[in-house]
Structure formats: C-alpha cells, structure tokens
Design a protein around this ligand. Structure first.
Ligand code: PLP
Length: 322
C-alpha cells in the first residue's frame, strides 16, 4: 500500500534569483504526515504489515514518529511511540490524534530509542527505525523516481545537475543516492547540509570515520542523530557527496525568507538546505571547485517537518537577531 503522495516539483523564482542558477523545489512538506518521512517510513510499515506484524514500535519524537503513527492508522495497526522529553507538546498531541500510544521517556532520542528497541522484542512487535533500514531508503528513493518522471514528461524541466538535501541519521541521503543509482543518474552530485550543532555527517566525513557527537546543540532537533547510520557514511564513499554545515542563525533566516518567498513554513532541519542557497554557500562551493563548475539546475528536497509554529519562528528570530 502506497501511503505517500506524489509531491509537486517546481521552479522557485526567488531562490533562482538569489543564486543565479535555476533552482527547483521538491515539496515534500505536503506529504500526509507533514514531511518526506512518509515515503520511507510508509514503505517500511507497509512491508511490515504485509508480513504479519501486529504492532509498530517507533522511537521518534518528530517527523518519523508522525509518519509511523499515520501509517499505523492507515494500515489498521496499533502503534507505540517512545519520544524524548524535548518533543514539543503539540507534536505529542498530534501523535495521539493519529491514535498512537505515546510514552515520553529520556532526555535525548538515544534513550527513547533504547526503550523502543526493547519493547519491539515482544512477540508480534516490529521496530520502526527513523532512518536506518533498506525499506526506508527504497521508500525515500521515490523522491528521485518522481523528479525523473517529471523531467521525462515535461520538456521545460531540465535534469538536475545537483541535488541539495539535509542529513539527520541519513535515511534521506541514502534514499536519494539509491534513487540516483536506480535511474543511472550517477553523475549528479549531492550537497548535504547540516547545522553546526547537529553535524554528525560533516564530522564523520572530516575524520574519515563514523563520529558520535557528544551532544546535539542545534535548534534543528530533527537533524539530531548523534551518529549517522553506517550506510549513510558508506554512501559518501560510493557517490559524489559534498558535506557542509550552516549556522542555526542562517537556518532561521532561511525559514523566514522561504516563508516570505514561497509562503511555506518549514522546520530549521529543512531550512538548513535552503540556507546553503540563501547565504551564498552554494555559489562558494561552485567557485572553489568543491562542486562542479557546470552546475546550472539545482533541485532542493523540501523535506518539510511539523515541528514549527509561527511563535517558534518569532522566538528564534529574536534569539538569533534575525
Ligand atoms: C524535517 C526533517 N528533515 C530531515 C530529517 C533528516 O532525515 P534523516 O534522518 O533521514 O537523515 C528529518 C529527520 O527526522 C526531519 O524530520
């Protein structure tokens, strides 16, 4: 059962004008659960349901949890979500509204995850990882399937020369690279952006080994996996992946600019990808040769996210003097 929807893919005039390239946005903020997570988690949960799982157990206080809870409701299965204390109350309520049982436990995601994994050992239960499963990557690869389909069908839509996405645990990146390989688009590099205080991939690429961050200090909490998945790190070796970081302040600026430009409100986790265009990072990476000089058409994955409200944006704007 397919639980995600085909999302719009369109040119953004404001982002294009900002960097002098053709920038296209893949609008996964419109997914039923509010983020791209619907694709991978939806696919994983459907597969689990087909093989007779009787209950889903997930450990995300964010968009993966919302996708799991939505999927469980659609598939008629009970769902238990372990969330850290940092999860906003309105998200806990959203999860309960989908019919999930929510257990708030642990200061950070890692602790909730340990509890979820233990609970999932019970008969009939399955553990729904937020990012680390081949079926999640398969589901997330539909982002590229859809861009390819649109490019093939519409002569005014060019093949992208670059994909920009963000990285938490890396399910999104693994899915995008899987999709590029599936369609023999191996020549398209990926620019992966994280915020400074959630830079587990950036630090791992720099050290050339998997690095575990001591803490997540960014406001982009949904990028906050202290260690990326093993496969995520592997992917940076088998595909042209350029890893970069932006500040929380630039992510907040990007939320505000994107809201004005496109009238779409996204989480800081998603805005990190937009910040790389708005703050000139993309241009600099092309000029310095870290990204190919022939890049003209850029696709940005707008992964979305439900953990944002106007008053949160206002508070961050004050905090970061934006
Ligand atoms: C809105 C949003 N964007 C990006 C990510 C990062 O995804 P991944 O963990 O697959 O790298 C998340 C993860 O929760 C998210 O919620």
């Amino acid at each position: 059962m397919m639980l995600h929807i085909k999302s719009p893919y369109k040119k953004s005039s404001s982002l294009s004008n900002c960097c002098g390239l053709n920038v296209y946005i893949k609008l996964d903020n419109v997914q039923p659960s509010g983020s791209f997570k619907m694709r991978g988690i939806g696919h994983l949960c459907s597969k689990f349901a087909e093989t007779g799982a009787s209950k889903f157990v997930c450990s995300s206080g964010g968009n993966a949890g919302l996708a799991a809870a939505y999927a469980a409701r659609e598939l008629g299965k009970p769902c238990q979500i372990f969330t850290p204390e940092s999860t906003p109350k309105f998200i806990v309520q959203n999860l309960r509204d989908y019919g999930a049982e929510v257990i708030v436990e642990g200061e950070a995601w890692d602790e909730s995850n340990t509890r979820a994994k233990k609970e999932a050992e019970k008969p009939g239960c399955v553990y729904v990882s937020p990012f680390d499963h081949p079926d999640i990557w398969e589901g997330n690869s539909t982002i590229i399937d859809e861009i390819k389909e649109d490019v093939d069908r519409c002569s005014s839509l060019p093949k992208p020369d670059l994909i920009i996405c963000v990285c938490g645990g890396g399910g999104l990146l693994c899915g995008i690279v899987h999709g590029l390989k599936k369609h023999s688009w191996n020549d398209i590099p990926v620019l992966v952006v994280e915020t400074e205080g959630a830079s587990s991939l950036y630090q791992s690429v720099k050290a050339d080994k998997l690095v575990t961050l001591p803490a997540i200090t960014s406001i982009a909490k949904t990028l906050g996996a202290k260690t990326v998945g093993k496969q995520t790190f592997e992917v940076t070796k088998t595909h042209k992946v350029v890893s970069h970081i932006v500040s929380d302040a630039d992510a907040v600026k990007a939320i505000a600019l994107f809201l004005d430009d496109e009238r779409i409100l996204v989480e800081p986790s998603c805005a990190a990808a937009l910040a790389a265009v708005y703050n000139g990072t993309l241009k600099k990476l092309i000029e310095s040769g870290e990204l190919p000089s022939n890049i003209k058409n850029v696709a940005i994955e707008i992964c979305g996210g439900s953990g944002i409200k106007l008053d949160m944006l206002e508070k961050w704007k004050k905090e970061f003097s934006v």
